[in-house]
Write a protein that binds this ligand. Structure first.
Ligand code: ADE
Ligand code: ZN
Length: 343
């Protein structure tokens, strides 16, 4: 489509990208060797190509997550996280992403003896280099994990606060802390209310909040993320379209929904990109951004592919695309100064 070149050139923001979801099969195997981490013995781990073939056959969020957390096991050093972050930021910058807010799952690393400070150190080194080379900015958002006990989430959150990771500035340097707090992993049978106390504590500390909801879970989980957790953004949110009252609430509160239509197809949340309720969002005034989620696990479809797939499925006009891109900048958690530069 002739619009694809325009979509590439537009200044984009990405809000829903898991750092660990950018680990390619090739890098997974090479880090496993470098760090002497044994991989499972199944036939899908015979080679990067075999693993990639298994990724093409995910049947659900939990089927994906099992492989996703095996991927975590090869990530050990600050340098591993630097490599991952730099590769993503350089690719994103080449697709004209100007600002990225990047999720990671602290509990998936600290449980293996990898410290949050090693992750942050690697991330900051890569972000600094990418900012100088490509003028892209990047912030981290830790996500608490719903498949683990709430007490585990609470201990994780408290240790992040105690370490000062959410503080805006450190040592006089203009070095922003985490952009906010997220919640992800298994959704079914994990109602948002279980994390209410932690999210209330985050709110009282002035920490922004975003919640994965309405991916596999019902529309009422999106309503609960807003009401019980004070979510300021909703990640995925596609099943909100099944309940007009929830859609109205998203529109009324001006909440940005970070939609990942290619991810939804890969995890069987939707049969096709065209099934994504973006027309409902447009018609009802729900703001959204378009994102890649875990591109290395979803056919290597980074943000440009996502934009092009949506353009092909929906045929949005140039004016509609301008609004989508503007809403993404406005809904970012960088400074107003930075937003003005991106616009
Ligand atoms: N963690 C990484 N990707 C995720 C997704 N799509 N949903 C929930 N948790 C995730
Ligand atoms: Zn996600």
């Amino acid at each position: 489509s002739p619009l694809h070149a325009l979509l590439t050139s537009m200044p984009k923001c990405e809000h829903h990208l898991h750092l660990e979801g950018t680990l390619s099969c090739e890098l997974l195997f090479s880090l496993a060797e470098a760090n002497t981490i044994p991989l499972p013995s199944g036939p899908e781990f015979a080679s990067p190509a075999a693993l990639r073939a298994r990724y093409a056959a995910f049947t659900s969020l939990d089927d994906f997550l099992a492989y996703y957390y095996i991927g975590f096991s090869v990530l050990l050093t600050a340098s591993d996280f630097e490599q991952l972050t730099y590769a993503y930021l350089s690719r994103a910058a080449h697709e004209n992403v100007r600002h990225a807010e990047i999720f990671f799952d602290p509990q998936g690393h600290t449980s293996r003896g990898v410290s949050v400070s090693a992750i942050v150190e690697g991330f900051q080194a890569a972000a600094k280099r990418a900012a100088q080379e490509f003028r892209i900015t990047a912030l981290l958002i830790p996500c608490l994990l719903r498949h683990l006990p709430v007490a585990d989430s609470k201990a994780c959150f408290e240790s992040l606060v105690a370490a000062g990771h959410f503080d805006a500035r450190k040592g006089g340097e203009a070095e922003p802390g985490f952009a906010g707090l997220g919640l992800c992993s298994t959704e079914l049978s994990q109602p948002p209310a279980h994390w209410a106390e932690i999210f209330a504590a985050a709110k009282s500390k002035g920490i922004r909040r975003t919640v994965h909801a309405g991916e596999e879970g019902p529309a009422r989980y999106v309503a609960a993320a807003l009401a019980d957790l004070g979510a300021m953004r909703i990640d995925h949110g596609v099943r909100a379209a099944e309940d007009d009252a929830v859609i109205e609430k998203l529109a009324e509160q001006g909440v940005l929904v970070t939609v990942c239509p290619v991810s939804n197809v890969c995890l069987r949340v939707a049969k096709s990109v065209a099934e994504s309720p973006l027309s409902v969002f447009v018609d009802k005034g729900v703001k959204f951004s378009l994102n890649s989620d875990d591109p290395a696990y979803f056919g290597d479809h980074y943000i440009q592919d996502v934009y092009c797939a949506v353009e092909e499925a929906f045929g949005f006009s140039i004016e509609q695309w301008a609004k989508i891109v503007r809403d993404a900048v406005d809904g970012s958690w960088c400074t107003e100064e930075r937003k003005a530069v991106i616009r």
